[in-house]
Design a protein around this ligand. Structure first.
Ligand SMILES: Cc1cc2nc3c(=O)[nH]c(=O)nc-3n(C[C@H](O)[C@H](O)[C@H](O)COP(=O)(O)O)c2cc1C
Length: 299
């Protein structure tokens, strides 16, 4: 038997690895490939119509009969997406950026498992009191939107102690088997990897973004509020690029006084412009200065 934890039995997976929700980079092909490999794949459904959330779940189910999860950010109106996903058969729902209590009844009533991401032991306790089945502790090293300001090494054991025996998954800065072993040693029952999956063949990420992620080193990311168009007041970790450098050199002015404010930096030939400072990451087929968009990545 391979490496396993009690959480694997709860989720119905073979190895204690989760492909983290990584926004628009998630696809049914990615989630299904990860789940077929014995880990847990995840679809992000925050920024899609409810009917699309349902069809993403249906498509993933066609590609695998193994468990997979759907994820929403609670900073947006997501009830309809979650209801549609549950209706389409989603059996694991993960929530982020808010209080577990807000969506727990809908998830539990559908008989689904609820994973909730936290930034402190207090929040972990509140999530479990609200009914969450699993807690995800996201450390400050994480890529994408970063909920807390505590690094994984201190956060994970503090959260484990706060909610034992409820299982904890560690997120932030985990890139390989050594990271997985380290968080298991801290008491986590699985690792939640985001940046690592941005470069998977099945991920919907632009070639240039993939290249930047692959060639980046541990010192190349910044924790910032720079790319706040579409999601204000939500700190995030990105690779340093020209947009961030110019904004910092200008003294981090507020909108609308930022360098290059209002410029369209990239364009989707199928329709859709990406203005500078927007929270979107480069996806496949996008044209223009995609290197100047938000290049989310963990340390
Ligand atoms: C490009 C990108 C998009 C993300 N989008 C989401 C999301 O939609 N929902 C969510 O809960 N977390 C999101 N996250 C955070 C991840 O789930 C996870 O916490 C993080 O990637 C872990 O750190 P790592 O990138 O160092 O592995 C995103 C992360 C990245 C890199």
């Amino acid at each position: 038997m391979g490496l396993t934890t009690p959480l694997c039995a709860l989720l119905g997976i073979e190895v204690p690895v989760v492909q983290a929700p990584i926004g628009s980079a998630t696809t049914p092909a990615l989630a299904a490939a990860v789940s077929e490999a014995g880990a847990l794949g995840t679809l992000s459904i925050t920024w899609v119509e409810p009917s699309r959330a349902a069809s993403l779940v249906t498509r993933t189910r066609e590609l695998t009969d193994k468990p997979f999860a759907v994820n929403v950010s609670l900073d947006f109106a997501v009830e309809a997406q979650v209801d549609a996903a549950l209706e389409a058969g989603a059996r694991i729902v993960s929530t982020f950026w808010g209080e577990a209590a807000s969506l727990h009844p809908a998830i539990a009533d559908a008989g689904a498992l609820h994973l909730h991401t936290v930034r402190s032991p207090e929040e972990a306790r509140a999530a479990v009191d609200a009914g969450a089945d699993v807690v995800v502790a996201q450390g400050w090293e994480a890529g994408g939107h970063v909920w807390g300001e505590v690094a994984s090494l201190p956060l994970v054991p503090a959260v484990v102690d706060a909610v034992a025996p409820v299982p904890v998954i560690a997120a932030g800065g985990i890139g390989d088997g050594r990271g997985l072993a380290a968080v298991l040693a801290l008491g986590a029952q699985a690792a939640w990897l985001g940046t690592r999956f941005l470069t998977a063949t099945e991920a919907n990420t632009h070639e240039l973004y993939r290249d930047r992620v692959v060639s980046a080193t541990v010192t190349d990311t910044a924790y910032t509020g720079c790319f706040n168009g579409g999601w204000p007041d939500a700190p995030h970790r990105v690779l340093r690029n020209a947009t961030l450098d110019a904004w910092e050199q200008a003294g981090r002015p507020a909108a609308p006084d930022r360098p290059g404010e209002g410029e369209v930096v990239a364009r989707d030939p199928r329709g859709g412009d990406v203005p500078r400072y927007f929270d979107l990451m480069p996806w496949r087929g996008l044209e223009g200065d995609v290197a100047e968009m938000a290049l989310y990545a963990g340390q």
